[in-house]
Design a protein around this ligand. Structure first.
Ligand SMILES: *Cc1c(COP(=O)(O)O)cnc(C)c1O
Length: 370
């Protein structure tokens, strides 16, 4: 009853994975992206829940995240997407991880390390096709092939990959990136190199571009039940897996003309009943949501009022029968109401990704697997 908690439904994540796999078909491997603590859902628990379904890989962003999984007995292959090779090559080797290499200095460091250990380092090579963040240039291909041919015993190119910058909205940009990626694949094959994996698709491209699936896709946000951009149809048949719940710590009355909380940024325009909820910006709300979001109290959607504090916020419960200790759903579903990460993103000028990776990750919120 008196608990501030983040509920994670692992069965939902499992079903989401299977539905995404079903959507792309069995010629394409779904690589679950479980970076940033599985977008706030708990990487080790999510990995354990998906392990039996995953064909080959999990993906994380950095080596520390992968090591954490290894320490929790996840022995599935792991690709390290973004930050591998910078002072962590020893760990990549020790924990049997597969780095994504996107620049020459890291490529050379990995070759040197592997030579020294007489090891053949499995790597994926990332090309920039228009995101212009990280990745080799298409024109680097010849030099990469040269290096590879000289060091075949030390590097094993398992995959060629890239990343879309706007696969949820921009058809022209996405098509252009896809064309460049296809050219790169063609050239690399023309050198007699044909890695096992070609992958470029994130959730947006999984949804929108079947021709971008190749033999693997990297599913992040969809795994957790959300699309990168709100959709009319739930074509992949996915469901949110995270709920945030708290409780009422105080109930009282505001008279017309009285303010509430710091500022006050809200002044009552009539007499009203208010409840104070144990959850604040230190628990992962954003202060700029103040006066803009709603929560569910006893199956009624109620407006939050006043400035969100570090540890609590106020709600207008004039139309609801409530008592101290009653549950408040900040994100999640009741019998007839729902608040999701898209709703919270909309009122905080951000995207559902940032809501999920931010909300409820403090020590003060108990994570519960249901
Ligand atoms: C985070 C990430 C993904 C997953 O993206 P979603 O939009 O969450 O599906 C895929 N690929 C790379 C390289 C990433 O960093």
């Amino acid at each position: 009853m008196y608990e501030v908690r983040q509920e994670i439904n692992l069965k939902t994540i499992r079903e989401n994975f299977l539905n995404i796999q079903n959507y792309v078909g069995n010629k394409t491997e779904v690589i679950p992206v479980i970076k940033a603590d599985a977008y706030g859902h708990g990487a080790s628990a999510v990995a354990l829940a998906l392990k039996e379904f995953v064909k080959n890989y999990f993906a994380v962003a950095c080596t520390e995240e992968a090591v954490e999984l290894r320490k929790n007995h996840i022995d599935t292959n792991i690709i390290v997407l973004s930050r591998a090779g910078f002072g962590d090559i020893e760990d990549l080797y020790n924990y049997n991880l597969t780095p994504v290499v996107h620049g020459f200095s890291v490529l050379q460091d990995i070759i040197d390390f592997a030579k020294n250990k007489k090891y053949r380092f499995p790597i994926h090579i990332k090309f920039n096709t228009g995101m212009n963040r990280v990745g080799f240039n298409q024109l680097d291909l010849e030099k990469i092939v040269e290096l590879y041919k000289k060091n075949k015993d030390y590097i094993d190119i398992v995959g060629i990959m890239s990343h879309f910058s706007n696969s949820e909205s921009d058809i022209k940009q996405t098509t252009q990136q896809l064309n460049i990626f296809e050219e790169i694949i063609k050239s690399i094959k023309s050198y007699g190199i044909d890695p096992r994996y070609y992958h470029i698709s994130n959730s947006g491209a999984i949804l929108n571009y079947r021709s971008s699936h190749f033999n693997a896709v990297r599913a992040g946000i969809a795994l957790y039940g959300y699309y990168p951009k709100k959709q009319k149809d739930n074509s992949m048949n996915i469901k949110p897996a995270m709920s945030i719940k708290s409780f009422i710590i105080s109930k009282h009355y505001l008279k017309k003309g009285e303010g509430i909380s710091y500022g006050p940024s809200f002044v009552a325009n009539c007499d009203m009943q208010v409840a104070i909820v144990a959850f604040g910006y230190a628990d992962g709300l954003f202060r700029l949501m103040s006066n803009k979001f709603g929560v569910i109290v006893n199956d009624k959607l109620c407006k939050s009022i006043g400035t969100i504090c570090m540890d609590m916020f106020a709600v207008d419960v004039s139309d609801v029968d409530v008592k101290v200790g009653d549950e408040v759903i900040i994100m999640g579903k009741s019998k007839t109401c729902m608040v999701d990460a898209d709703d919270l993103a909309l009122v905080s000028s951000t995207i559902n990704y940032e809501i999920l990776t931010n909300i409820g990750k403090s020590l003060r919120v108990k994570r519960v697997y249901v």
